[in-house]
Design a protein around this ligand. Structure first.
Ligand code: GDP
Length: 309
């Protein structure tokens, strides 16, 4: 059984490859819900939906989020009533938000809702939200605290990040199944996602970090930083301003004590000895997932790397 901690785009690309190599039924995904947001009165779970859409083959390949061919007539029309237009929620994408919101209002727990959504999309893997409670990733900038989507989408990450906080984490519980997925898996893989705001919130759920540190599973992480740069998103800027080295080694330092194997890109081969000096095994391979074949090959390489010890 394979458990994958997942953010959005980077994680969904890796998962698309993984399910070509192992049966979906053997894969459990622990999804970041720290960047969930209420929009137009609806509960939106951006990272979870990216993963569901990607595994269903429905994700827009150009953006990495949203549904292929979706339109934006509803958010356009909402402007007439004074709503802001900065959050791109497509017309078909809205259906998911409407359904999720209705079920939440009926008092259904998030893990049941997400399981139902995964079934509706025909997926065989288990998709778990990190918690059924509400943990909100917030960005502390020069002018105070911002909800994550305000920072990411409305302000296009043009904020000097001073701190990342996970509001509500103290006292939250992992969703049912999360701790078992960490301790009972044969392998746990931290996807190539932003370590601070995609994997960070999952590790901030009380008990998860401890379960991972103490798990008998073989544990790997794939660096989202290649040659000192991100493939997309704010991870590099965020790591820099928070005082972390912007490199695969910087990512390895964040995960030391939680993983056995660090997977870094060919372009970062020179960092391998320093990664190993942290007490980690280091696998150097092509981690740029620009085609279906490269996604599948990366999944194969990671599993072979885990099998090798
Ligand atoms: P977000 O929530 O949509 O921003 O998604 P994630 O946190 O899952 O993904 C963002 C991270 O994925 C960024 O730091 C990217 O550098 C990384 N990423 C995206 N595509 C790739 C890829 O093909 N290879 C690797 N190694 N990292 C990637």
């Amino acid at each position: 059984m394979y458990t994958v901690f997942a953010g959005g785009v980077g994680a969904s690309r890796f998962l698309q490859g993984l399910v070509q190599v192992v049966p979906q039924e053997d894969v459990t995904i622990v999804s970041n819900t720290g960047d969930d947001v209420e929009m137009f009165g609806l509960h939106v779970s951006p990272d979870t939906d990216i993963v569901l859409y990607a595994l269903a083959g429905a994700v827009n390949p150009e953006t990495g989020w949203g549904l292929t061919g979706d339109t934006f007539a509803v958010v356009d029309q909402l402007q007439r009533f004074g709503y802001e237009r900065w959050f791109n929620l497509g017309d078909r994408d809205l259906a998911m938000a409407i359904h999720r919101t209705r079920l939440l209002r009926e008092g259904r727990p998030m893990h049941e809702i997400v399981a139902g959504l995964a079934r509706s999309w025909g997926l065989g893997c288990t998709v778990l939200p990190m918690t059924n409670g509400r943990i909100e990733t917030r960005i502390v900038g020069p002018d105070g605290e911002l909800p994550f989507q305000d920072y990411m989408v409305r302000l296009r990450t043009e904020v000097d990040v001073r701190e990342v906080v996970f509001a509500g984490a103290t006292g939250a519980l992992p969703a049912p199944g999360v701790l078992d997925a960490v301790s009972g898996a044969s392998a746990v893989i931290l996807a190539p996602s932003n370590p601070l705001v995609s994997i960070g919130p999952i590790l901030a759920v009380p008990g998860v970090r401890e379960a991972l540190a103490g798990s008998r599973a073989k544990r790997a992480a794939i660096s989202p930083i290649i040659a000192g740069q991100v493939v997309k998103g704010p991870a590099a800027n965020m790591m820099r301003t928070l005082g972390h080295e912007v490199s695969a080694l910087g990512v390895a330092r964040l995960y030391a004590g939680l993983i056995d194997l660090m997977v870094i890109d060919e372009q970062d081969r020179a960092l391998a000895p320093a990664v190993e000096a942290l007490g980690l095994r280091c696998l150097v391979t092509d981690t740029m997932m620009t085609s279906p074949e490269r996604k599948t090959q990366l999944a194969r390489d990671v599993l072979a790397g885990l099998d090798a010890f």
